[in-house]
Design a protein around this ligand. Structure first.
Ligand code: ADP
Length: 191
């Protein structure tokens, strides 16, 4: 089993790089942002609840996120590994993920962080706003709030994985393919 957490602030390129990793290594994408947006589009009760937080750039409460991830993991069969993208975003979520995976004896192999500075993040998100249709990309206040929430609540999750010697990082600035190659070399080292 090759379970990886792709980590980094909003706009770091997790979605873009995940797509490439999935194809190369035959893994399953578990993006909580994508799952929430699917619920939002389908106007499910979960989507309507999550929308209240997402549109402001706040985190959806842990219990809602954790149940959704557990459900997705339980429904996936014949998986050789997951790429977790946008999850875990709090220490509580990291602990819950460990418990879920422990039950199935398939621990996280590595968290790989994409390092991108704040100016570049803001530039990328503003650019993405032109086509994403995402409410949380639309205003500088929402973008700044997401970065602040990342710094306060999500960054400490890296320390959680560092403690278990499961943390590494890659420079997230440069050509998409060049970054992908650096990620691949980290992943290949895990096998
Ligand atoms: P980005 O990383 O670009 O901000 P995502 O697509 O990962 O965007 O997430 C969009 C929004 O969905 C977040 O701002 C948050 O409201 C919600 N969300 C996604 N994943 C989580 C999570 N693990 N915990 C709490 N909220 C989440």
């Amino acid at each position: 089993m090759l379970n990886i957490v792709l980590f980094g602030p909003p706009g770091a390129g997790k979605g873009t790089q995940s797509e490439k990793i999935l194809k190369k290594y035959n893994l399953v994408h578990l993006s909580t942002g994508d799952l929430f947006r699917l619920h939002l589009n389908n106007e499910t009760s979960l989507g309507l609840e999550a929308k209240k937080y997402m549109n402001k750039g706040d985190l959806v409460p842990d219990q809602i996120v954790i149940s959704m991830v557990e459900d997705k993991i339980n429904k996936s069969s014949n998986v050789i590994g997951f790429v977790f993208d946008g999850f875990p975003r709090t220490i509580n979520q990291a602990i819950a993920l460990d418990n879920m995976l422990e039950k199935n004896n398939i621990p996280i192999k590595q968290m790989i962080a994409l390092k991108v500075d704040e100016n570049e993040l803001i530039k990328r998100i503003k650019n993405r706003a032109k086509t994403s249709g995402r409410e949380d990309d639309k205003s500088i206040d929402k973008i700044n709030n997401r970065i602040q929430v990342y710094n306060e609540e999500t960054k400490p999750v890296a320390d959680y994985y560092k403690k278990y010697n499961k943390y590494s990082e890659v420079d997230g600035i440069g050509e998409i393919n060049e970054i992908f190659l650096k990620l691949c070399s980290k992943i290949d080292d895990l096998n």
